[in-house]
Design a protein around this ligand. Structure first.
Ligand code: NDP
Length: 609
């Protein structure tokens, strides 16, 4: 570490001499680059993958024409969604003594995002030892630090098998509507396979990122080549699988649209196979080092019971800015917070004024950005391409990306960055993508354009929920979500919400999912244990919880300065984005608060009868 790396309290943390760059210039550049990307249409720039775009949602992993007899059945619990959340909840329900559970999923198997996203190079950005759930319960240790899709998918199937969830799973089945009856204290659940279930409890865990979205680019429907969304990868066309071998692309000109976490993984894994690859970029991604490595067997053998929860909580604490004494994961995610501490010249935020802490975080943000841009300049040979690949926005404006081969892919002769300078693709023709008046002919167009995040909850769940007196959840939440502790909403008894619903949002989604699963399993088992028939939020408790969560947090303010993206509803945040209205103290205090609430045992804030 040289003297420029450490800023002590005697130094001015904004001194360009010390930093190696001028923070005022960076601040100005961020504002300029953001201005290029602001647009009036916000979320409306995207189209739903339905109707004429429905083929972008078709499941390529199942045989077409599947049919089965409709099921009529009464049971205790229906879980909508067999991804991480649904599986862990089913496991926790069993541990709480509730076995009569059926998981319904439109996919052909368990796995959620890891069922759908099998694109070449698909890999988890979060360390596998904390991301892959129930490792201790299944006795499984991931083979590498950042696991690839096949291993994560197989692990989720392992959970399904170990907890006997396959027998009662309904795959390739979409729940279409749910109706509550006060008389029977049950939900009637209808599906697109004409099933009629009568369930005491329903758990909605369809996931925050599962409906693909497409940009409404002029002419997109006129394209005559092959096109698909990354979450529905067409291996029949490309050849190979998630691990490579895309021999079908040898004579193909491929266009990739999108530079989020997905695009960054797709580009280096398609580049070696395609005749030509064009990356159509609107906003560059900040791509940090990955540093993946195989699991150290000696380390794995040394782990003591309880290690996974401890590691996970340590990571989520650091990522929420809570003081900890050690960094167990110690990777590029936690790096950022260490930069902030280094600027403070202390590992402890106690006693530091809020203004100084804010300043330190701002400078740490710029420093991180500077490090990443310096990395681009070092790894990309062509100067113009390197300039185009540098991101100019705050570290948390978009999800950070990590890859050790992405930037180098642009040194290949068959890879071209088509930088749209913030404007996006102009239009698509029968055989080409047009940017700034130039047409780039392509045989195949791959949309790494992400998922619906801030559209209505029921639109993303693809089913309407009819609560007491026929009240619909879409109408009830038309002006914004309202829950008690993120799980229950008044007039929708026995219906639990999982996911990013006014909860403790952690950078490791599995942490949030695990804490929610434990809590819902407790609530349901308590209703059963008390011989009661329903549970719902008390109106006053729900209102009080709204007062708590509806205070704009620091992330809202931060996002106001950000380049558009799904974190800030494409620059049009109305206060209902997925980062808003969560437990203000963050995930670790949230789940501690729930644990204390359970410990108290009086179920305050909910009505059980
Ligand atoms: P994102 O929403 O993050 O990215 C979509 C991309 O499409 C953006 O780069 C966007 O550009 C671009 N785009 C949209 N419209 C146009 C257009 N008209 N012209 C050109 N480009 C356009 O989607 P991802 O699938 O990459 O990631 C979604 C989330 O999934 C991640 O944030 C992460 O949470 C998760 N994920 C996690 C992974 C993991 O390792 N755990 C791996 C992959 C995904 P712009 O930036 O300008 O808006």
């Amino acid at each position: 570490m040289n003297s420029h790396d450490v800023i002590t309290s005697e130094n001015d943390p904004f001194d360009p001499e010390i930093l190696g760059f001028d923070p005022e210039q960076v601040r100005r550049k961020y504002i300029e680059e953001r201005a290029k990307r602001l647009r009036e249409d916000g979320n409306d720039q995207y189209v739903e993958v339905a109707g004429q775009h429905a083929q972008y949602e078709t499941d390529p992993h199942v045989e077409s024409g599947f049919s089965r007899a409709p099921i009529n059945e009464a049971l205790d619990v229906i879980i909508l969604g067999g991804g991480i959340s649904g599986l862990v909840t089913a496991a926790r329900l069993q541990q709480a003594g509730v076995y009569d559970v059926r998981i319904i999923d439109k996919a052909g198997d368990f796995g959620g995002v890891w069922y759908w996203n099998r694109y070449p190079g698909a890999q988890c950005d979060t360390e596998s030892y904390i991301y892959m759930p129930l490792l201790e319960e299944t006795g499984y240790i991931p083979t590498e630090r950042y696991a690839h899709q096949p291993e994560i998918y197989a692990h989720l199937q392992r959970i399904g098998k170990q907890f006997d969830l396959y027998d009662k799973a309904c795959f390739q089945t979409q729940v279409t509507a749910m109706h509550w009856s006060d008389e029977s204290a049950r939900w009637t659940v209808n599906t697109d396979r004409d099933d009629v279930f009568s369930a005491r409890f329903v758990i909605m865990s369809s996931g925050p990122l599962h409906r693909p979205k497409l940009p409404a680019i002029e002419g997109i429907d006129t394209f005559k080549g092959q096109s698909f969304h990354t979450s529905r990868w067409d291996f029949a066309y490309t050849g190979g699988d998630s691990s490579g071998g895309l021999t079908g692309l040898a004579d193909k000109r491929v266009g990739v649209v999108g530079t989020g976490a997905t695009g960054v993984q797709v580009v280096p894994n398609v580049a070696p196979y395609a005749q030509q690859l064009y990356l159509f970029q609107r906003t560059p991604a900040p791509v940090d080092e990955r540093n993946n490595k195989p699991t150290d067997e000696a380390w794995a053998k040394s782990l003591k019971p309880g290690w996974q929860a401890e590691r996970d909580e340590n990571f989520c604490s650091i990522m929420a800015g809570l003081p900890v004494t050690q960094d167990l994961v110690n990777d590029k995610w936690t790096d950022f917070f260490k930069l902030a501490f280094e600027i403070l010249d202390t590992g402890d935020v106690e006693g530091v004024s809020p203004a100084r802490l804010a300043l330190a975080r701002e400078v740490a943000d710029y420093r991180k950005g500077h490090q990443i841009r310096t990395r681009v300049a070092r790894l990309v040979d062509d100067r113009k391409t390197a300039e185009g690949l540098k991101h100019w926005y705050g570290q948390w404006c978009k999800r950070p990306a990590f890859h050790d081969e992405y930037l180098q892919a642009f040194n290949r002769p068959n890879v071209t960055l088509v930088d749209t300078a913030g404007k996006g693709i102009e239009r698509v023709t029968e055989n080409a993508v047009v940017v700034n008046g130039s047409a780039y002919e392509v045989d195949c167009l791959i949309f790494a354009t992400g998922f619906e995040v801030s559209t209505a909850y029921t639109r993303r769940s693809e089913c309407e929920v009819h609560g007491r007196g026929g009240k619909t959840l879409s109408a009830h939440w038309a002006k914004g979500m309202s829950t008690f502790q993120g799980f229950l909403t008044r007039d929708f008894p026995n219906c639990f919400h999982l996911g990013l619903t006014q909860t403790g949002v952690a950078f490791n989604y599995t942490y949030t999912a695990g804490g929610q699963a434990e809590h819902v399993a407790y609530l349901i088992s308590e209703v059963i244990r008390r011989d009661a028939s329903s549970i719902e939020a008390e109106a006053s408790a729900e209102a009080e919880y709204q007062r708590l969560v509806r205070v704009p947090g620091p992330m809202r303010k931060y996002q106001e300065t950000c380049t558009p993206g799904y974190y800030n509803v494409e620059g049009k945040n109305d206060g209902e984005s997925f980062i808003d209205n969560h437990y203000p103290e963050g995930p670790v205090p949230f789940f501690r608060m729930l644990a204390a609430w359970r410990e108290q045992g009086d179920l305050s804030g909910v009505i059980v009868k």
